[in-house]
Design a protein around this ligand. Structure first.
Ligand code: KIV
Ligand code: ZN
Length: 526
């Protein structure tokens, strides 16, 4: 039955609302934190992808979270996504969410309260009756500040179903317009999920007034399966994240849900507003920002997702791709032509290729990226789409960096102490550093500390190859920590040492942004 919602008007029966929580549930997992600029960039990309709701953060969690939610709320007009902020069921949280989302053209206050006996007894120390009362109070308060209010039953899938029905009824009565039932600990099986949603949608008085939403964690690898089971039982909002990032084993992956809905329309009878050819670009942007690539065999966006290795499969695909492909690579943003530009290619061809890959860059970014592309093409026989994407992501992500790597020289060999000299531009001024180390990377990082003195703990150093071959680009991730603040930096280059220096400088820049948000601006001088 068609439903009328304060943010979406009359919704067609088969329309699935995509509620993206990459910036909240995704961002709260260890190592995946993003700074404000990165969140804004991700929010733009998610809007271009077609996400209907962006959960921009948890406004009360910190001044930084509040600022992120507010900045994202200011960014979009009525044509943009609904902007949500998470709140526990108390006045301070709800008021923080109301305030932070106020600038949004379409704000949403999202309230969560646990409903399982275990959570109520151990965590909340509340009785069932107290929880019911709190639902009514908190949803009523939120509705005084926003027309669009979502209520979530934390640990809903492990809650007593009779009691859950009473909670949902109370939330709808108090004015909740979306009811979300999370599988918070990733425990449910698809059949459980189907039963929970069928029961709630068919039995709760007033259920027809709200949109039912599903939110699944992947502890048993069932997040997407549970999401699809909920859709089959009538859920019309799906909570998910790009690349499936999120607490512990993550959330349902947006790209997998969107493509399942599209590919299996015959069984699911539903559609999303996702522009699927933008999926790969959005996935890569997140990987670049966070420093975590997806595994090669990840559905939809993994490097091998459309690669056919066995002779029998290759033969079939050459005759007719549908023999072994249930969706086309182009439908999610992969290009069929993986060998692309070379050192003789011009700026126009480069710009054109970027456009095909989904990048719209300004003239300055284009110039910088083109310069790096030419350098790369000189060193590398074949430049693949993945190389170009890594290179442009580097430039786009680094647009506002205060420290830039301008030169690096390393001498190393058997029986000699590795030595590095480095040149940086710090707020436009050149500074140099020199140091030895236990290896080429160690010497390079020491030279960086010599050029720009600072004290941080190096927590992670990881190298990955972007494409195959000995001339492949390396992507390096560096994680550093200062006073409990963690940042990740990425760098790519055909030379692993240069990629390492780029990653280190990137992390350092992120740390400076983090410092500036909690302290007065630092004067950058070596
Ligand atoms: O997993 C969960 O229960 C959540 C809620 C806050 C919706 O993330
Ligand atoms: Zn969650």
């Amino acid at each position: 039955m068609a439903i009328t919602h304060p943010s979406f008007g009359t919704l067609a029966d088969d329309r699935i609302i995509i509620f993206d929580t990459t910036l909240r549930d995704g961002e709260q997992s260890p190592g995946f934190s993003m700074n404000l600029e990165e969140k804004l960039r991700m929010a733009e990309a998610l809007h271009e992808l077609g996400a209907d709701v962006l959960e921009a953060g948890f406004a009360i969690a910190s001044p930084g979270d509040f600022e992120s939610v507010q900045s994202i709320a200011k960014r979009f007009s009525k044509d943009g996504p609904v902007i949500a902020s998470l709140s526990r069921a108390n006045t301070a949280d709800i008021m923080a969410s109301a305030e932070a989302t106020k600038p949004a053209a379409r704000p949403r206050i999202h309230i969560v309260l646990a409903t399982s006996d275990l959570h109520m007894r151990v965590k909340l120390r509340m009785t069932r009756e107290e929880v019911l009362e709190r639902i009514t109070q908190s949803v009523t308060l939120a509705r005084n500040h926003a027309a669009d209010v979502e209520w979530s039953a934390e640990d809903g899938s492990r809650s007593d179903l009779e009691f859950l029905c009473r909670c949902v009824e109370a939330a709808i009565k108090a004015g909740a317009t979306t009811i979300n039932i999370p599988d918070t600990v990733g425990y449910s099986l698809p059949a459980d999920m189907h039963e929970i949603f069928s029961t709630l949608i068919n039995k709760v008085p007033g259920a027809e007034k709200a949109i039912f939403s599903t939110h699944n964690h992947n502890d048993l690898g069932l997040a997407v399966a549970n999401t699809l089971a909920a859709i089959q039982a009538g859920a019309r909002q799906v909570e998910c994240t790009i690349n499936g990032i999120g607490e512990r084993a993550g959330n349902a992956s947006l790209e997998e849900v969107a493509m399942a809905v599209r590919t299996r329309h015959d069984a699911l009878h539903a559609k999303t507003g996702i522009t699927t050819p933008r999926i790969l670009k959005t996935s890569r942007l997140l990987a670049t920002i966070t420093g975590f690539d997806v595994q090669p065999n990840k559905a939809i966006v993994g490097r091998n997702a459309f690669a056919h290795e066995s002779g029998i499969h290759q033969d079939g695909v050459l005759k007719d791709a549908s023999t072994y492909e249930i969706m086309t690579p182009e439908s999610v943003g992969w290009s069929t032509n993986s060998i692309i530009l070379g050192k003789h290619s011009g700026r126009a061809a480069f710009r054109d290729r970027l456009k095909t890959l989904g990048y719209e860059v300004g003239d300055n970014q284009l110039n910088d990226a083109f310069k790096r592309f030419k350098e790369l093409a000189d060193r590398k026989k074949v430049v693949y789409d993945e190389d170009i994407a890594a290179l442009v992501d580097d430039e786009v992500v680094r647009g506002n960096d205060r420290i830039r790597l301008t030169g690096l020289n390393v001498s190393t060999g058997m029986g000699t102490k590795p030595m590095a000299t480095i040149a940086l531009e710090v707020d436009g001024d050149r500074v140099d550093g020199m140091a030895t180390g236990d290896g080429a990377v160690d010497a390079t990082f020491n030279a960086l500390r010599n050029a720009f003195p600072h004290e941080v703990n190096l927590k992670l150093y990881a190298v990955q190859s972007i494409t195959g071959g000995t001339d492949a680009q390396a992507r390096v991730t560096v994680r550093m920590e200062e006073n409990g603040k963690l940042v990740d930096g990425q760098g790519s280059d055909t030379d692993t040492i240069v990629a390492s220096a780029r990653a280190y400088v990137h992390a350092l820049n992120k740390l400076l942004v983090k410092r500036e948000r909690t302290e007065p601006p630092v004067v950058l001088r070596a």
